[in-house]
Design a protein around this ligand. Sequence first.
Ligand code: NDP
Length: 458
Amino acid sequence: MNAAETAPDYDYDLIVIGAGSGGVRAGRIAAGHGARVAVIEADRPGGTCVIRGCVPKKLLVYGASIGGDIEDAAGFGWQIGKAHHDWASLIAAKDTEIDRLEGIYRKLLANAGADLIEGYGRITGPHDVSVGDKTYTAGKILLAVGGTPQLLDVPGMAEHAITSNEALDLPRRPQHIVIYGSGYIALEFAGIFAGFGSDVHLVYRGDLPLRGFDEDVRSMIASALEGRGITLHSGRIIAKIEEHGSQYQVTFDDGSSLLTDKVMAATGRRPNITGLGLDEAGVRVSGNGAVIVDDRSCTSVPSIFAVGDVTDRVNLTPVAIGEGHAFADSEFGGTPRSISHENIASAVFSQPPIASVGLSEVDAAKQYGALTIYESRFRAMKNTLSGRQEQTYMKLVVSSATDKVVGVHMMGPDAAEIMQGIAIAVKMGATKADFDAVVGIHPSAAEEFVTMRTPRTP
Ligand code: NDP
């Protein structure tokens, strides 16, 4: 750190607003570099991912997937009577685990020597943050406040729809649920509720779920969701939601309607900037409220930085962590660096799951021109005895000119686990010949990625 950054007349060298994944990583690393750090949090340390996102969601995904395993078990000779699931005990177990993780986040900050200030932080100057009636000063301020579910301006939506926040804490599982949207969150929760036996209706405005994903993956997941008993209402817009006794009546734009126990809005997230004082501080935001930053994660105010979902770059936990770490190393560790936002793998924990790295076929064609496509559709070995008809899909998108693998996509069991390793190869610039030179692990689904030899005919 240089002398200006440790100016003694500031309370801290760094104040982080938001104790989520990005903020806690930045605070801990900066403190490790010798900075005096405070982290302000209005809710529970851990943030979206740990408290109301990735972690509790994945625990429920695990629980729901056991429903499918029980169905599959009969084909392997298991005789399991009618299974009963106790939703309340799952939610209680999940809550205990989240409490434990929150404790770990608190300890991580304490062990790093960072102060945790509990309350709502508001920027009141380039070096000032107020929490209640107290003001704290710092050489640098980092905004790591994340995002929040976005509710559409549809009559009844705000009053009657739940979001992923509430869906993780429902005291009872709905027998019938309408989920609006077909992005990551919609598909993940559709799989969760369907896995536990709810009648799930997925309503979305497009022709297929997961706009922006590879088209073949989109078609495959649509069939797979239907195969798992989820009713798809494509090309539909919700016009209004009304209370109807203990249920809700959801009316679509064509006048048709559905009666349901719960409506869940999964229609995107927006940067969580309300009440932060950004306007007054001169921190520029984009049309959707995302804090505008440069490669150093610096905002339009030189002493104020931002990382994670509030900047709406790539809204994934590991990206926020990477951005926070790079910020701390750059500003307090004397090693300026930024993270690459290219070829970041991600997964949708739907049932079956989807994972990908690199470009969809459509985007790759725009960027690279001629492509060679390798794909494989097959019934996983486990499904032969279980009788499940669901297929696994794998696809390699290869630039014909360079032989470089520019996109890899998969829908099927363990897609996320398989894609993480593939992402290393893609990040390193592997060619199809490199994939071909690898000997597969047999019998596995993953070996398909290194044994596909015949390109798809146009
Ligand atoms: P997404 O952006 O993935 O999906 C939003 C959905 O809402 C889309 O189906 C979209 O439709 C629909 N929608 C948006 N506006 C309207 C509108 N005006 N009318 C009708 N439908 C609309 O958002 P999510 O909320 O699912 O997730 C937010 C982000 O959180 C993700 O993009 C991802 O970055 C992150 N996330 C990552 C996860 C993971 O890594 N596993 C899990 C959960 C979240 P359309 O496609 O037609 O625009």
